[in-house]
Design a protein around this ligand. Structure first.
Ligand code: ATP
Ligand code: HSE
Length: 321
């Protein structure tokens, strides 16, 4: 359960009084997620999500995340809208953490997405990339090449505890990625964590995207590689080419990829698999036993990384030339 910071009713009522949000009727912690503490609030006016920002979120990045949700929402993307306080600020403080209220989005995330859902996610991702144009703030990707090196330095010495030989394998992978990472591809605002639990559906229709707390400026097609990794593999570790093809077609129905972007897909998929392997590995090694959070398996992403390493051509993802 991701409630790292607890709140009490008195503090919450005082916090809420800074907003034009009505009277508090009820609140409860939300069990999902691993990054921040989330609560569902019911007030006399509307339901709201209260987020307390935890370890991996820099306070100085919050204007980017909250401003981006506002920007995307104004451009017609269905995503949560931060509620301004009476003084106009989007960010407040509760229980010693930076905190914000955002609108509640109807829908549920899919435990077993199918190809048709992957197609919708691809299209929604491309719409987000286009809607992000013109956003005036920028934020470099803290979890790209340099950030991976920093994370790795913190886990490297204990990596072989997780699987024998990992220290050498990941060290070599980082070198390959540093040498071959593409630079001159179309860039813009990316979501950077568009996993199934961050996409809501009502029935079979996509109803919205949430959790913009890794959003940043990076290569647009890198974001697609994150979605291929998180949506298009089966539980047994096999890549589902039907889902991959549907996702890429969905994306291209809104924003066609250039030849250079297509060519870069295998290396980008390797990078994004490594990114999630590294954050999971770090959490695996450092989260204390008994913490109220479900740790995610780093080896799931190691298997994906190995799959991508063997890919020689983007057509293996389901792309039709
Ligand atoms: N705007 C929203 N509307 C409805 N439910 C929401 C909203 N934001 C968050 N939630 C609920 O809270 C849960 C956790 O939210 P979120 O994914 O932002 O947390 P996180 O800790 O950042 O998670 P992650 O592990 O995906 O990074 C979601 O799965 C969803 O159930
Ligand atoms: N989506 C991430 C967690 C949030 O960074 C993962 O599954 O590892």
């Amino acid at each position: 359960m991701a409630v790292y910071t607890d709140i009490n009713e008195i503090d919450l009522k005082a916090f809420l009084a800074q907003y034009d949000a009505g009277e508090l009727l009820s609140y409860k912690g939300i069990a999902e997620g691993v990054e921040n503490s989330n609560f569902l609030l019911h007030t006399s006016k509307f339901p709201l999500i209260l987020t307390l920002y935890e370890k991996r979120v820099e306070k100085s990045d919050l204007p980017f995340f909250l401003g981006l949700m506002h920007h995307l929402s104004e451009r017609g993307l269905n995503c949560p809208l931060p509620l301004p306080r009476k003084d106009g600020e989007l960010l407040g403080e509760l229980s010693g953490r930076p905190a914000a209220l955002i609108s509640f989005l109807e829908g549920m995330w899919l435990r077993k997405p199918e190809a048709q859902h992957c197609r919708e996610v691809g299209a929604a991702l491309a719409r987000m990339h286009i809607a992000g144009e013109g956003f005036e703030l920028t934020r470099p990707n803290a979890l790209s090449l340099e950030g991976w090196q920093t994370l790795w330095a913190k886990s490297e010495a204990r990596a072989d505890e997780v699987e024998e030989g990992l220290e050498a394998e990941i060290g070599a992978e980082l070198d390959v990625l540093a040498t071959h990472w593409p630079k001159d591809l179309p860039a813009g605002v990316i979501h950077a964590d568009l996993f199934p639990d961050n996409v809501f559906f009502l029935g079979d229709s996509l109803s919205g995207l949430i959790d913009f707390y890794f959003a940043c400026n990076d290569l647009l097609v890198y974001d697609l590689s994150i979605c291929l990794n998180s949506w298009c593999f089966e539980k047994d570790g096999a890549y589902n080419i039907t889902k991959g093809k549907a996702m890429i077609e969905g994306y291209q129905s809104v924003r066609p990829l250039s030849a250079a972007e297509i060519e870069a897909l295998p290396i980008l998929c390797r990078g994004s698999a490594l990114r999630f392997f590294l954050t999971r590995l770090y959490d695996w090694l450092t989260t204390p036993a008994g913490a109220l959070v479900v740790k995610k398996d780093p080896l799931e992403y190691l298997k994906k990384l190995r799959f991508h390493r063997a890919v020689t051509n983007a057509s293996e993802y389901g792309l039709i030339a």
